[in-house]
Design a protein around this ligand. Structure first.
Ligand code: HEC
Ligand code: HEC
Length: 332
């Protein structure tokens, strides 16, 4: 006997397939996974809750997820998501699109003034961003959204925020003391091992062109087209981005600037809007943009002082004592 596709078979068959999928994916987890808070879960304040409502209303979840999967270690994940992180969340905002980065650990990654500039105009701090402007929300809603952003990540976000606030007073005090005092303060914070580190990659034309591209994509909105800190974002930032031209006259102690620039581009200036770029820029790009900033804005060129170089097949051999040796032509 052959089974016939009667309406009854279609309906019952469909229902059976539905329950076979629905039971293990929805019903079993609802009863088996306990709704206990994770070790980092933290109750939201009223302002953070208000921000969450703006987040839902504005559809931020269509571009941003809020969970980190094991395969995300490769893109600089901080912590994998746990069920207890979403304790009492209704609706949950896991999201399925990642047009923008995952926001589940956003708290404390940036300062409040960075968020203000970013919501007013994302392109001011991220020149290549495709995120829409949220200027129309007004000060109050942007404040609430920022509080919500800074709460994402629970207890760990609170720790990052506490550190930002702790350092912020010193950063502002140094900025207000004047440009020279500010550079001295900033350079004193760089660990001693980094300060004498020269840029190992010479400022070749190729390196400077690559550095210019990085500068235009990541830095120009804050530090400005001529490196004086008067980029578009300066209106919303305090302290504003550093004026690179004030660095040179304070280099009396430092022979090289490469290690200092590298350190700050990699780690950011905690307490200020200067972001860390260790997740986005690979080593070569950080050295390239350091070359660009050093040469055009600070008027300083480590590689001309005492040639240094890296021994790798990728590098062009140089002339100086410490440059990579000329490659021998291997013939058969
Ligand atoms: C059209 C997609 C889109 C929408 C809608 C959107 N974003 Fe974004 N968002 C992005 C992209 C792309 C980036 C990465 C570039 C950047 O930093 O601007 C980003 C970056 C961010 C960042 C910075 C993350 C980091 O640490 O670098 C935050 C915070 C953020 N978005 C919050 C929001 C909030 C809150 C909303 C809703 C009010 C929102 N976004 C709406 C696409 C979007
Ligand atoms: C969101 C704004 C912003 C962006 C984007 C930004 N910076 Fe900064 N930058 C700052 C601020 C703010 C400071 C610290 C100012 C202060 O403390 O006075 C700073 C400081 C620095 C310093 C410290 C210099 C020193 O000698 O102490 C370096 C180097 C630097 N930025 C390079 C860069 C580079 C390169 C990029 C792009 C890859 C970049 N910044 C992107 C805002 C920004």
């Amino acid at each position: 006997m052959r089974a016939r596709m009667t309406p009854a078979v279609l309906i019952f068959g469909g229902l059976i397939i539905f329950w076979v999928a629905f039971t293990p994916v929805v019903i079993v987890p609802t009863y088996v996974i306990p709704d206990d808070p994770s070790e980092t879960w933290d109750a939201r304040t009223e302002l953070e809750q208000r921000g969450r409502e703006v987040y839902i209303a504005e559809g931020c979840t269509y571009c941003h997820s809020q969970y980190i999967r094991p395969q995300d270690w490769g893109i600089g994940a901080d912590r994998l998501a746990k069920a207890g992180d979403y304790h009492q969340d209704a609706p949950h905002l896991l999201g399925s699109q990642r047009t923008g980065p995952d926001l589940s650990q956003e708290g404390g990654q940036h300062t409040n003034d960075w968020h203000l500039a970013h919501f007013m105009n994302p392109r001011s701090v991220r020149p290549d961003s495709i995120m829409p402007r949220f200027e129309y929300l007004g000060e109050e809603d942007i404040g609430a959204l920022t509080a919500y952003m800074q709460s994402l990540g629970g207890v760990e976000a609170d720790l990052r925020m506490a550190y930002q606030y702790k350092v912020r007073d010193d950063v502002i005090a140094a900025y207000e003391a004047g440009p020279d005092e500010n550079i001295q303060y900033l350079h004193e914070q760089v660990p001693p091992g980094w300060r004498p580190l020269p840029n190992p990659y010479p400022a070749t034309d190729a390196s400077l062109s690559r550095g210019e591209k990085v500068y235009q994509s990541f830095c120009i909105g804050c530090h400005g087209p001529v490196g004086d800190g008067m980029g578009q974002a300066s209106e919303w930032l305090y302290p504003p981005a550093l004026n690179f031209t004030t660095i040179r006259r304070n280099l009396w102690e430092d022979k090289y600037i490469g290690g200092i620039l590298y350190y700050y581009i990699m780690n950011g200036v905690t307490g200020s809007a200067m972001p860390y770029f260790k997740h986005e820029l690979e080593s070569e790009k950080i050295w390239d943009v350091s070359n660009y900033v050093a040469k055009y804005f600070i008027d300083w060129d480590d590689s001309n002082m005492e040639p240094v170089g890296v021994h790798s097949a990728r590098e062009t051999p140089g002339e100086g004592e410490n440059s990579p040796p000329a490659r021998e032509v291997i013939s058969e």
